[in-house]
Design a protein around this ligand. Structure first.
Ligand code: SF4
Length: 323
C-alpha cells in the first residue's frame, strides 16, 4: 500500500557548502492493516523520514508511492487531497495544538479545510464521533489544550489525524512525552483503533519495548539508513546487526532462554551527519568491526528468510557466534 524507494534527504548548512546527510537511501514498504515499527536512537533520521513520507519535507531524491499514486510528484491541491490518506501524529501534542483554540474548534477546522461535512451541524456531529472514537466525552469539545492532561491532548491529536479518515497513520514517538501510567492507555487505544478502522501504522520510536508491543515488522534505522528489518520477533529477539543487538540490550529480555547480546547498550555517539564515516557508518562504535567495515558500505541483504541486515560480519554468517 505504501512504498518508499531510496529516499535521500540533505539539509544545507547555513553559510557553508556542507550538507547534513539526514536520509541516505531509505526504502520500505507497508501493507494494508500492517504496523511497521521504526526504531533507532535520536538523530538516526526517524523523524525526518516521517516528514518526508507525509511530504511535510520534500525528499532530495527518491519516491513515496501510496496506493499507486506517487506523492513525491504531486503539488498543491492534488497533494492536499492525497494527504488525507496519510496523516501524522506528533510526539508533543501540546505544541501541535493552538493554545487559544478549543478542541471542537481545532477538529472542525480540519473538517472544513478538507471540505468534510456539508454543513456546520454535520461537522459538529462528526467532532462528537471523533471524540467518542478516542475515548473522550463530548464535554472535551469546549476544552482548551491547557485544560487537559498530556494523555487527553494526545487523544485529541489522534482524533485530529483521524478526522480525514486516513488509511495510514504515521505515529512519531506518540507516547514518549507521556507519563508511564498513561502510555499503556494510549497504546491500547492505538491498537483498538487499528483494528476498528483497519488502519496501517508506521510507528516511530526510540523505545524498543514500545515498538515490540505494537509492530508486525520492524525496521532499525542508523545514520539515515535502514540497517536491519524483518518480522518483529526475528529482529528484536534474534538481531543480526550489532546496532540492533545493542539497542535491544537496554531492554530486559523476559525469556531467559533467548540469546543475550554481547553489548548491553550501544556505546559512543552517533557520527556527525555532516561528515559521514567511511565504509559502515556504525564502525566507529561497533564492537565487532573488521577491516572491511572501515572501507566498504554494507548493503541491506537477506541473511535469513524475510530478515535483512546491512552488516559484513552478519552476512559472512560469523555474527551468530559472537552474539
Ligand atoms: Fe559492525 Fe562491520 Fe557490521 Fe558495520 S558492517 S555493523 S562495523 S560488523
Amino acid at each position: 500500500m505504501l512504498e518508499a524507494t531510496d529516499l535521500v534527504k540533505r539539509f544545507p548548512v547555513r553559510d557553508s557548502d556542507a550538507v547534513v546527510h539526514a536520509l541516505n537511501g531509505v526504502s520500505l514498504t507497508l501493507d494494508a492493516g500492517e504496523t511497521l515499527g521504526i526504531v533507532g536512537e535520536s538523530g538516526c533520521g526517524k523523524s525526518t523520514l516521517a516528514k518526508v513520507l507525509v511530504r511535510l519535507e520534500d525528499p532530495t531524491s527518491g519516491r513515496v508511492v501510496l496506493d499507486g499514486v506517487d506523492l513525491t510528484a504531486l503539488r498543491g491541491r492534488k497533494l492536499r487531497e492525497q494527504r488525507r490518506r496519510i496523516q501524522m501524529v506528533f510526539q508533543d501534542p501540546y505544541s501541535s495544538l493552538d493554545p487559544r483554540q478549543s478542541v471542537g474548534g481545532a477538529l472542525e477546522e480540519v473538517l472544513a479545510v478538507h471540505r468534510i461535512g456539508a454543513t456546520a451541524r454535520d461537522r459538529t456531529r462528526r467532532v462528537g464521533e471523533l471524540l467518542d472514537l478516542v475515548g473522550l466525552s463530548q464535554a472535551f469539545a469546549q476544552r482548551l489544550p491547557h485544560e487537559m492532561s498530556g494523555g487527553q491532548r494526545q487523544r485529541v491529536g489522534i482524533a485530529r489525524a483521524l478526522a480525514v479518515a486516513p488509511r495510514v497513520l504515521l505515529l512519531d514517538e506518540p507516547v514518549s512525552a507521556l507519563d508511564v501510567s498513561v502510555r499503556a492507555e494510549v497504546m491500547n487505544l492505538l491498537v483498538h483503533l487499528r483494528a476498528e478502522l483497519q488502519l496501517a501504522y508506521v510507528f516511530i520510536s526510540h523505545d524498543v519495548a514500545m515498538v515490540r508491543q505494537i509492530s508486525d515488522r520492524v525496521a532499525v534505522m542508523y545514520f539515515g539508513r535502514v540497517v536491519e528489518d524483518g518480522g518483529w520477533k526475528d529482529v528484536l529477539d534474534h538481531p543480526l546487526h550489532p546496532y540492533t543487538a545493542g539497542l535491544r540490550g537496554a531492554v530486559p529480555v523476559p525469556d531467559p532462554t533467548l540469546a543475550q547480546p554481547l553489548a548491553a547498550t550501544v556505546v559512543g555517539e552517533v557520527p556527525n551527519p555532516v561528515s559521514p564515516p567511511s565504509g559502515c557508518p556504525f564502525h566507529p562504535r561497533c564492537p565487532v568491526a573488521e577491516d572491511v567495515c572501515r572501507a566498504d558500505l554494507p548493503l541491506l541483504g537477506e541473511i535469513r528468510p524475510g530478515h535483512r541486515a546491512a552488516c559484513h560480519v552478519a552476512a559472512a554468517a560469523s555474527l551468530p557466534a559472537i552474539l
